[in-house]
Design a protein around this ligand. Structure first.
Ligand SMILES: [Zn+2]
Length: 411
């Protein structure tokens, strides 16, 4: 009996060590895999390495477009800031050339760091689609770099640690939205102290997450973390307690430009959520069946991941929904393009993604133990929103090209 217990003890120990080892290795050597796709060199020129060069290229593309259309307007608006007086949002408005019926509003950089890919996509669309042959009852408004602070300083949030895509509404009641699930996860999401990327806490972060997963389902956790919170200004996914200054600046332009049109479609460009190299159509759920039907018609042949489906989530204070509230008498279609990078639809990809964000926010708040820790964390963070892989870049550009071709046809 004693011998049996001893053997049983050893077996249990081996199983525990095995599970720990497996979790440790699979989490710390995690890779979302390669995107197999032929590199399209003609698209690489759109990818720039700084906020300033993205702005410059966007304005250049917009300038070229003036030669092809009448009454194009290109202008910039400064965003008030306590840390940088050069932050600007750029606009390019190409009005419908004959009859104003439909307006496409293509927006980038709501999450600052995602502006690099957003800028590349916007430039490509100006270059490739805004040519003769475009429907003459269609106007297009490009808004570039909506969160210029985050864009310039490679953060997702604004300078006030606000997730701008949780900060948009026409009513202040947004800021009293509750998120009890977040409070339960607060300590996991917002650790305190200098970042040591090789600490046990970080190396075994997957176990902490598994522990939470044993109490709640993945979709419940995802929802609690991602929907936005208005209680902890230092925390992840903070939506603020007041509107960020660019909201009214952009709101004014959108109200003015959309006045002449009946139907308005917004495509808000994002990166970081979903399967690597895949363009997800990921709008918040819409209640109006006519709107839903029209969106399904425009994007026929594509799967629309409405935010309330299993692997996705709904959010409060979204920018795209805000536009609809701003122009309630228009037929308004809110769409989000989300280019996946880390396979966040899988459990491990999703834990890895949130861990990258946790470390970046902790580093911003408390600093890093060493230069090496800082480099490592920031490199992972940037890679998550702006992948260096050329096949990834080629694929998302070509997929966007194809979907836009259909869109100009069907919208
Ligand atoms: Zn985003």
């Amino acid at each position: 009996m004693k011998k049996f217990l001893k053997i049983l003890g050893i077996v249990i120990l081996i199983i525990i060590v095995g599970i720990l080892g497996y979790t440790y290795i699979s989490f710390n050597s995690y890779s979302p895999g390669k995107v197999e796709y032929e590199v399209d060199q003609s698209k690489m020129k759109y990818f720039e390495d700084s906020y300033e060069s993205c702005r410059e290229s966007f304005i250049n593309s917009a300038d070229m477009c003036c030669e092809r259309f009448f009454k194009v307007e290109i202008f910039s608006k400064a965003v008030p800031s306590g840390v940088d007086s050069t932050l600007k949002i750029d606009f390019c408005y190409v009005p419908a050339q004959k009859e104003s019926k439909k307006l496409l509003i293509l927006t980038s950089g709501v999450h600052g760091i995602e502006g690099f890919v957003g800028s590349a996509v916007q430039q490509m669309i100006i270059d490739q689609y805004l040519k003769t042959g475009m429907p003459d009852d269609l106007g297009v408004l490009f808004i570039h770099g909506i969160n210029p602070y985050g864009f310039k300083y490679t953060r997702r949030v604004t300078e006030n640690n606000i997730d701008f895509n949780r900060n948009c509404d026409t009513e202040m009641t947004l800021f009293s939205s509750e998120n009890a699930g977040y409070t339960d996860l607060y300590d996991m999401l917002n650790p305190k102290g200098k970042v040591i990327s090789g600490s046990l806490k970080n190396k075994f972060f997957m176990l902490v997450a598994i522990n939470k997963l044993m109490q709640e389902s993945m979709s419940a956790l995802r929802q609690a973390v991602l929907q936005g919170q208005y209680e902890y200004p230092e925390g992840l996914y903070y939506g603020g307690n007041n509107f960020e200054p660019q909201l009214s600046i952009i709101g004014e332009v959108i109200s003015e430009k959309s006045a002449d049109y009946d139907t308005i479609l917004n495509i808000d460009l994002h990166t970081g959520y979903g399967a690597r190299g895949v363009l997800h159509l990921f709008p918040n759920p819409v209640e109006d069946l006519n709107v839903k039907q029209k969106m399904e018609e425009i994007f026929t042949g594509y799967q629309i991941d409405w935010g309330d489906s299993d692997d996705f989530y709904t959010i409060n204070g979204s920018f795209s929904d805000y536009i609809g509230k701003l122009i309630p008498d228009k037929f308004y279609l809110p769409m989000t393009f989300e280019y996946g990078t880390l396979n966040s639809q899988t459990t491990i990809g999703s834990v890895k993604s949130i861990h990258n964000m946790i470390l970046e926010n902790e580093g911003k708040r408390f600093g890093y133990q060493s230069e090496r820790d800082s480099l490592k964390v920031l490199e992972n963070f940037v890679e998550m929103y702006y992948p260096t892989s050329e096949p990834w870049r080629s694929k998302i550009m070509n997929d966007t090209y194809i979907i836009m071709e259909q869109l100009f046809d069907r919208f």
